[in-house]
Write a protein of this length. Structure first.
Length: 726
């Protein structure tokens, strides 16, 4: 690495930014910016070597110079991401920090030292008086002394008036219960918070209310079905919420905010809530209390849009046409003229949109996109004056998760000065002086079950055990290579979504791709083991990519993309099947393995396709109907359901030589079962129990002795309170 230039001083300028390395301050146009210690050290190191590549190892040594042990791979990526956010820089089109693949980073903007002359002429500084010879009348010396005192006073006054960085607001625990506390909602008085909690036993969600400063929570609902997303009415008397009464249907109910009142039915909506959607804030009141904005689908399995629901009559009016996306998390402005919501293109890929409304709450034009992150944005809330939007952007611990956005001709976006990572939802008090947010816990790790050499033919104690784990980032969606010697999986341990490979026993994990994806998912090996196909979301929509196992060379498949995901190879390697929303609903399609035109395979919905070993049948899932697996003869014929109650919306399955392996959801029981269905005999056999929540996918080795799945370790969420916020 190049040594620091001798001429480089402690005051540096690049673009509109100035860095004082001695004072440890970064400013923009004279306004000091908040920058944490690790990103600051990173910036200093890069500025000391402008134009030169600084290796990741060297940066890690400089950032953690005190010898503190960290997972520096993840920590360095987090520091670079945070620095880019402060500089408003982009990894794809960098103005300041360029990523040099597999080597390090380079500062590419011009860097200048701020000279002493510039400091003397800078606003707020008093020009130095030229030396004066000691001769002349005494009054001259008195005048000069008075001017010096006056200059010093002016300097000290202006120093005190220098813009200070925003205060950092502490977030204190508001609830610390076992399980998950979700979707907080402030009462109009700003003193009470309603939320959904799955209880001491984590077996069902109900609605609770807790007062600020009071330890106990009051339980309002006791139904055996999940109650989600409470929303306090503008007058504070009632709380609206959703009750899931079927896999694809929810009832909209209202209950008095004080204990003892009866529930009131408002209406029903067709709604299929998958995965993390259940953790979001899904309802919003109009300020006059006459309408609720609710999510609903037009048909079974169709995308989710937003509708108005009349509280008194149950009348509904459509607000948004999602056109293949899912519109969730509505928030109506205080003047009822604007609606902000989150549009999801994938389960964890979303952005904020703004819809103007007329006086009678009818749409005025098309929604306008506010953010372009292609990342996991949760819900939003308006400030009391209606000038800004607070929202959550899910991020690792140490990176900002709470943000403020000011709509207008020039969108202004900045992180809130609240130290909080892993935030899913938030609520702001009507006075704007308090925030409550849900902080998510839990991380996906790959676990496994290993059978003896006799396989399923003998009874054995098959206890799951960790296979590929990480303490700070997720590892998901494992897939064995055809020879069973390697495991491909998706992970964000590098700071981005990438495809990784490990040995059969989970050892020696190594990064295969360098795509810097927001979401990378569902890797699947080609039959000859030379390539892996996967889906990648670099923007809102997913498309299909393939990577060479030998050299990591990655390319997008040559075909006309249309929000496509969960790809798999055919048994002979000639085709790639995938799921797609290109027609609005989710269907299975296929393309030639080397690219070409897409052909639709299913007609009644389908996802996560897998071809049978003999190529005669295609298996796929439908997330509605309790998560089910279906079979379609490829030579022609009708589809039929073969398995129901499959975990993770039907994705936790794998095709063996003689049947289907899957993770089975057992009704009214906390544990799940790893099971096998023999397709010839119809015999169903469970051979292992899984007591923790599971994530997407299931993998089996070629000898059908090892079964890998994603397990969410230490799951749950707590509510955090920020006081005296402004």
């Amino acid at each position: 690495m190049n040594p620091r230039p001798e001429s480089l001083g402690s005051l540096l300028r690049f673009g509109p930014f100035e860095l004082d390395t001695k004072a440890g301050e970064l400013s923009k146009h004279g306004i000091r910016l908040r920058l944490q210690e690790q990103p600051f050290r990173l910036l200093v190191c890069l500025l000391e070597n402008p134009g030169a590549v600084v290796s990741r190892d060297e940066l890690a040594r400089r950032i953690w110079a005190d010898g503190t042990f960290v997972d520096y791979e993840h920590g360095l990526n987090a520091a670079v991401t945070r620095l880019r956010q402060v500089l408003r820089d982009s990894a794809e089109n960098p103005r300041y920090i360029e990523t040099v693949a597999r080597r390090g980073y380079r500062f590419i903007a011009p860097v200048n030292e701020i000279s002493g002359a510039e400091l003397e002429e800078a606003p707020g500084q008093v020009p130095q008086t030229a030396p004066v010879k000691r001769k002349g009348p005494a009054w001259i010396y008195l005048l000069l002394a008075g001017l010096a005192v006056l200059a010093l006073a002016v300097f000290l006054f202006r120093l005190q008036q220098r813009p200070q960085g925003p205060p950092v607001y502490p977030a204190l625990p508001f609830t610390t219960y076992a399980g998950s506390e979700l979707s907080p909602s402030f009462a109009p008085d700003g003193e009470r918070v309603a939320f959904s909690w799955d209880g001491e036993s984590q077996n069902n969600f109900d609605i609770y209310v807790k007062q600020i400063g009071v330890g106990a929570s009051a339980r309002l609902t006791t139904d055996s079905r999940p109650d989600l997303s409470p929303a306090w009415s503008p007058d504070g008397r009632n709380i609206a919420f959703l009750r899931l009464i079927a896999e694809d249907k929810a009832e909209v109910l209202m209950i008095p905010s004080l204990m003892g009142g009866a529930e009131r039915h408002i209406g029903e909506v067709a709604l299929l809530l998958q995965g993390s959607y259940k953790r979001l804030r899904l309802l919003s009141w109009s300020p006059d209390g006459k309408w609720l904005i609710v999510p609903e689908s037009s048909a079974l399995g169709a995308p989710i849009g937003l509708s108005l629901l009349a509280v008194e009559t149950g009348e509904t009016r459509r607000l948004t046409d999602s056109r293949g996306y899912n519109d969730l998390c509505p928030a109506l402005s205080p003047d009822s003229k604007r609606l902000v919501f989150t549009r999801y293109s994938g389960s964890v890929t979303s952005d904020l949109y703004l819809l103007d409304l007329t006086g009678d709450l009818s749409p005025l034009g098309q929604p306008k996109r506010l953010t372009f992150d292609h990342h996991h944005i949760g819900n939003s809330a308006w400030t009391p004056d209606g000038r800004a939007i607070l929202f959550t952007r899910f991020a690792f611990a140490g990176l900002p998760s709470l943000w403020r956005l000011t709509p207008g001709m020039h969108l202004q976006e900045e992180p809130l000065p609240v130290s909080a990572g892993d935030v899913s939802t938030l609520t702001a008090s009507p006075k704007g002086d308090r925030l409550v947010f849900a902080r998510e816990m839990g991380i996906g790790n790959i676990w496994g079950v290993e059978l003896s050499s006799s396989g399923l033919h003998t009874n054995q104690n098959t206890v799951p055990k960790p296979w590929i784990t990480s303490s700070s980032s997720g590892s998901t969606l494992p897939q064995f290579s055809p020879d069973g010697r390697q495991i491909a999986f998706a992970s964000d341990r590098s700071g981005w979504g990438e495809i990784w490979i490990a040995d059969r026993d989970g050892s020696h994990p190594r990064q295969l791709t360098n795509v810097k994806g927001v979401v990378v998912g569902f890797p699947h090996w080609s039959p000859d083991g030379t390539r892996i196909v996967f889906h990648l979301r670099q923007q809102s929509e997913a498309s299909l990519f393939a990577v060479s196992v030998s050299n990591g060379r990655t390319k997008r498949l040559p075909y006309e993309a249309g929000n496509d995901f969960t790809p798999t190879w055919s048994h002979d390697g000639k085709w790639i099947y995938f799921s797609s929303r290109r027609t609005g609903d989710i269907q299975v399609w296929k393309i030639p393995a080397e690219g070409g035109s897409a052909t639709r395979v299913t007609r009644h919905g389908g996802s996560v396709p897998t071809e049978s070993a003999d190529g005669k049948n295609l298996f796929y899932t439908k997330s509605y109907g309790a998560g089910s697996i279906w079979s379609l003869p490829l030579a022609g014929g009708e589809e039929r359901q073969i398995v129901s109650d499959v975990a993770t919306d039907g994705t936790a399955y794998a095709v063996g030589r003689n049947g289907i392996y899957f993770i089975r959801k057992v009704p009214n029981v906390a544990v799940q079962q790893l099971a096998f269905l023999n397709l010839a005999t119809g015999e169903l056999r469970a051979f292992a129990e899984i007591s923790s929540p599971v994530g997407l996918g299931l993998a089996i080795s070629s000898d059908e002795r090892i079964f890998l799945y994603t397990q969410v370790d230490h799951p749950g969420s707590d509510l955090m309170l920020v006081e005296n916020f402004h």
